[in-house]
Design a protein around this ligand. Structure first.
Ligand code: NAD
Length: 257
């Protein structure tokens, strides 16, 4: 029996790599995002490689849209085993130039960051858990935190709070869903360079890899492999945890933040 995964932010950098990685592992994937173009791109890559995928366009900060997307997934594939909420981001979600210290930040930006990152986890986890409980065969729920949720970052108080919230959410929901054999975990990446992000500092250094202890750039696949593991049967005894993937950067003393 083929397992089925519902992935939010599946058109994005890490979400796309996650969808493609899970599909390669033989999992049918519902690739969801607010961006139709990127969803189509990821679905096409999966299908061209012989995988099974559908594309869904919805706003993860709207619970009715998320419920409908989960329903469509179950109608299409007949079941749901894995939910991965990757959609998210910092103030950039509200547009360029929206980063600000809290004293200067606008309500709309705070709302959007919390709604996509944190409320999105509530909506997607709830909709998925309802299906998994009814199925009665356990399941996997994985949400995205960030090392910013652990250490904080000036100019990103909204983002830090949303990602810190994901870690607490993960612990509490793991306790609620444990009796149903549904595990709930989170992943906290450090710096994963999206192609559009230039990580060169004014003095010519590259903070993305010079500030971690391995001296390597973290790729989207480095994150996706952890999702693949947590989603697998091998991870059946792991729940309520947040996994940092950052080349040791959050250990500090070397990183600048
Ligand atoms: N890239 C990093 O360095 C890094 C570090 C720590 C945590 N993270 C987290 O990893 C996740 C993925 O980040 P990424 O770097 O791949 O970013 P990304 O921008 O490439 O992907 C995010 C995706 O979410 C989608 N999205 C945004 N708002 C949405 C909404 N309302 N409804 C549905 N989809 C929506 C976007 O269209 C995009 O495809 C995020 O939660 C981010 O906070 C990333």
């Amino acid at each position: 029996m083929k397992k089925v995964a519902f992935i939010t932010g599946g058109g994005g950098f890490i979400g796309g790599a996650t969808a493609i990685t899970l599909a390669k592992a033989g999992i049918a994937v519902a690739v969801g995002d607010i961006n139709r173009e990127t969803v189509d791109r990821v679905v096409n890559v999966i299908r061209e490689n012989g995988g099974d995928a559908i594309g869904l366009v919805y706003d993860v900060s709207n619970s009715a849209e998320v419920n409908e997307a989960v329903d469509t997934t179950v109608k299409n594939f007949g079941r749901l085993d894995i939910m991965v909420h990757v959609a998210g981001g910092s103030a950039r979600l509200a547009g360029p130039g929206k980063y600000a210290h809290l004293v200067d930040q606008e309500d709309e930006v705070i709302d959007q960051v919390l709604k996509v990152n944190l409320y999105g986890a509530f909506y997607a986890s709830r909709a998925a858990a309802r299906v998994m409980i009814k199925q009665g065969e356990g399941g996997r729920i994985i949400n995205f935190a960030s090392t910013v949720g652990i250490n904080g970052l000036a100019g990103a108080v909204d983002y830090a709070a949303s990602k810190g919230g994901i870690m607490s959410f993960t612990k509490a929901l793991a306790k609620e869903l444990g009796p149903h054999k549904i595990t709930v975990n989170a992943i906290a990446p450090g710096v994963v360079c999206r192609p559009e992000v230039d990580t060169t500092t004014p003095d010519g250094h590259h903070y993305a890899y010079e500030t971690n202890f391995l001296g390597e750039k973290c790729t989207a696949e480095d994150i996706a492999y952890m999702v693949e593991y947590l989603a697998s049967d091998k991870a059946r005894m792991i729940t309520g945890q947040t996994y940092v993937i950052d080349g040791g950067r959050a250990l500090s003393m070397k990183g600048s933040d």
